[in-house]
Design a protein around this ligand. Structure first.
Ligand SMILES: [Zn+2]
Length: 65
């Protein structure tokens, strides 16, 4: 488990615990960057699932006609 980030990577300002952004320069904290990457991954998996489902329905429809 990664320790909580206490200072901004960009400007070195002190961060409030569990902050997503630096209050001074607006840079994203490491924790927020990781969450964004996770969200993108979840979105991609969800999108892939929808695409596969649509493709499956189209395929079933195509072999019935
Ligand atoms: Zn900063």
């Amino acid at each position: 488990m990664e320790n909580a980030q206490v200072a901004c990577d960009k400007c070195g300002a002190e961060l409030i615990p569990s902050a997503a952004y630096c209050e001074k320069c607006g840079a994203r904290t490491r924790r927020a960057r990781r969450l964004v990457r996770l969200a993108i991954r979840v979105e991609l998996v969800f999108f892939l699932g929808v695409v596969l489902m649509v493709a499956g329905f189209v395929w079933v429809y195509a072999i019935q006609h």
